[in-house]
Design a protein around this ligand. Structure first.
Ligand code: SIN
Length: 524
């Protein structure tokens, strides 16, 4: 018999760098019980794992002021200066103390032992630490290994959050309507038994990542479907900047390569973008930056070249810049993946196209990761701290997860023991649907969302396309809500419901904002 109720001091939903950092810091108090749930089968599986490029630290001849300047410039006037300052001051210290000092993440070094700092687009200094081209993987391995050693952290895999438990919405006591909306945990689906359990907690942290999977082409893994954003929005949380979805300029365009990232670090090492017939083009779009312009500029330039000239892709050439052994050493993952698809990047240029990559908007959070719902925190990509503004500076996402994961933990710890709601006050989950969820419908509806977002809410937007997207998505949402109510829950169905809600949030924000800025670009 499986337990129906799980109680803890803190519930963390999601186990990428932000959620795992929060868990690790909170568990330093051995009395505090922390539960981390992830929909993935393994805690290491999250967007963090796929971050190739690296994490921003303090380079040589670098300063917090310079990093703030670069963040604000990339953010196209919409980054919150105070948030950028927090990131620039606290981030490098956490990299040093936590990632290197405590967890021993093996960042690349020069032969003399000095850390090797890489350069990426729109950075004025080389300041990006990396572990080859698999930085996120090295970081999340170290973090999850540390989580496993803490007896007061319980890691639950294969567990999909369905809805947040909030009062007054889920309260048995109707007088809670006079109190601010308050979160008491979440209803979570155990994927193997199909049971939905109450996870009650004094504080809940959303660390569910982004929403790239609402687009047809993305670098994100399958869990990035806006779960946390949709749940918190339904519960009444404030969502901001949802129109700013960043497209990564260089994703491998080979059959079988679905969403495989070619790191910006390739251009940081001198890689050049070329038309298919071998002509460089970035100087025409960004004379001062060239190939290392901010991401939104590069992605749009590639898009423009492709549309104007009918190219199916552009090329990224590293073969004529670096010697073959250096390419294999610096980019082992990219080299191997391309080789497995019949392309040798030490002699041939790489065909690339843009794809959805990072959600710059999200749940509004203050400098301590608090959302507008009491006892609900958000960290990492699901949150909008204001750092990224209208366009994120490369390799700041891992850092943001680290800083605000740590800040959420510090804020919760400072509050002392948080009272738990009584299970008697929260009704158990009521299963409404009886039919098995039809996988054909789930697949088709998800594809409909993805194509709608790709064509009408993509890199280049217009009023007509956005209006069409809204009509289509609203209709789809009605269909999905009906289907959801009639069916027994599974992870894919829960994700579909979250995805259509997330897509609507992005499309609505894009429709209402007529001003092009950063990665929200309107031609009408
Ligand atoms: C990359 O390696 O290009 C991705 C890193 C990031 O998204 O910041």
């Amino acid at each position: 018999m499986t337990e129906e109720l799980v109680e803890s001091d803190v519930l963390i939903i999601g186990c990428g760098i932000a959620g795992a950092t929060a868990a690790l810091q909170l568990a330093r108090d051995r009395q505090r019980q922390v539960v981390v749930v992830t929909r993935a089968g393994k805690p290491e599986e999250s967007n963090t794992r796929y971050a190739q490029g690296g994490v921003v630290a303090r380079g040589e001849d670098d300063s917090a002021d310079l990093l703030v300047e670069d963040i604000l410039a990339a953010g196209a006037g919409l980054s919150l200066p105070s948030a950028a300052r927090i990131l620039a001051e606290e981030g490098p210290r956490l990299v040093e103390e936590l990632l290197i000092g405590e967890l021993g993440v093996p960042f690349d070094r020069h032969p003399d032992g000095r850390l090797a700092y890489g350069l990426e687009g729109a950075h004025s200094r080389p300041r990006i630490l990396h572990v080859g081209d698999a930085t996120g993987q090295a970081i999340i391995r170290a973090l999850t290994a540390a989580l496993r050693e803490r007896p007061n952290i319980r890691l639950v895999t294969g567990a999909t959050a369905v809805d947040l438990i909030t009062f007054p919405h889920h309260a048995r006591n109707s007088l809670t309507v006079y109190e601010p909306i308050t979160c008491h945990g979440a209803y979570v689906l155990d994927q193997s038994s199909g049971t939905v359990r109450r996870y009650l907690a004094g504080a809940t942290i959303l660390a569910t990542g982004g929403l790239g999977r609402i687009y047809r082409h993305t670098t994100n893994p399958e869990g990035a479907r806006g779960d946390g954003l949709a749940m918190a929005y339904r519960a009444g949380a404030r969502v901001i900047n949802a129109e700013y979805v960043q497209f990564h300029p260089t994703v491998l365009a080979l059959p079988g390569a679905e969403g495989f990232l070619i790191s910006e670090a390739v251009r940081g090492e001198g890689g050049r973008l070329l038309t298919p017939d071998g002509r460089p083009f970035m100087a025409r779009y960004a004379p001062e930056w060239g190939d290392l312009a901010p991401r939104d500029v590069v992605a749009r330039a590639i898009h423009h070249e492709m549309v104007a000239n009918g190219y199916p892709y552009v090329l990224l050439d590293i073969a004529s810049v670096l010697p073959a052994p250096r390419i294999r050493e610096r980019f082992p993952t990219i080299y191997e993946r391309c080789r497995s698809l019949g392309l040798d990047i030490t002699v041939q240029p790489i065909p690339v196209v843009p794809a959805a990559h990072y959600f710059c908007g999200g749940l509004w959070t203050d400098e301590w990761s608090r959302t507008t719902i009491r006892n609900l925190y958000a960290v990492g990509e699901v949150a909008c701290t204001g750092v990224h503004g209208a366009n994120r500076l490369a390799s700041t996402s891992l850092l943001e997860g680290l800083v605000w994961g740590d800040r959420a933990a510090r804020e919760i710890a400072a509050r002392g023991p948080l009272p738990l709601v009584s299970p008697d006050d929260v009704p158990p989950w009521e299963e409404t649907g009886v039919e098995g969820a039809d996988p054909a419908l789930i697949w088709r509806d998800l594809r409909a969302i993805q194509y709608t977002m790709w064509h009408y809410v993509g890199l280049v937007r217009s009023e007509r396309r956005l209006a069409r997207a809204l009509r289509d998505l609203r209709h789809l949402k009605e269909e999905i809500d009906d289907f959801y109510r009639a069916s027994r829950l599974n992870d894919a169905l829960v994700g579909l419901r979250h995805a259509v809600q997330a897509a609507l949030l992005v499309a609505e924000a894009a429709y209402h904002n007529r001003q092009s800025r950063g990665c929200h670009y309107r031609e009408g």
